[in-house]
Write a protein that binds this ligand. Sequence first.
Ligand code: 15L
Length: 262
Amino acid sequence: MNRILMTGAAGRIGAVLRPALRGRYPVLRLSDIAELGEAEPGEEIVTCDLHDAKAVEAMMDGVDAVVHLGAVSGEDTFDRILAANIVGAYNVFEGARRQGASRIVFASSNHAIGFHERTERIGLDASYRPDTRYGVSKAFGEILARYYFDKFGLESASLRIGTSLERPRDERHLSTWISDPDLVRLVRRCLEARPLGCAVIYGVSNNTRCWWNNDRAAHIGYRPRDNAEDYAEEILASAADSNDTATRYQGGPFAAEDYRAR
Ligand code: 15L
């Protein structure tokens, strides 16, 4: 891996990964529509709107692997989700293919499966149960990854990221949290595992209360070390979430927003 491109590099996850990937690979190309500051040694900075297919293809020149984070990162209008997450993901996969990149690490989300109930323990073969338009866009990205692997041999890992925060903040996070060091471990394994194939993996720490099982992605070699349980006593001592829908489903507040089914 000579040149890694990271889209959406100005977001929270980008800010965690940027110093961790810089220097590990000869060139880290960073892109966003937001300000990324000065390029550090070993970095290249490109301003690119992922909706612009030509600009995305040009940005892929010389890129070996892509960490695709660029997206609307929560629920939004369909127009915005369509432009940033659906058209944006398509442009990234197609641009990568045309320019000969070999793999894509795609930031999917637990919200692609957010309507599974918290009483369920689910694996990587669980049905899609998106809890928002945002979750639908992440399921689309995973299916796009499958298509590009089966049709063109473009390898990928779709990371169903739980909750990426410095530390867990509420009861749900005791199940969904991924620490910053574990996130770095996961992305590095996805960039370096040989072969990668077309993997899907939950981006989560080694949480005692985790709902998700990563056994089917064992070949990636991801070994999370942190556990949200270290914060359980403190978190559970404060007021619990009282929204029934939010506490019933794995997607929490995303599932509860605008919920009218039952
Ligand atoms: C996500 O996919 C969001 O991007 C993030 O803001 C969190 O809400 C996270 O999921 C979560 O489920 O906690």
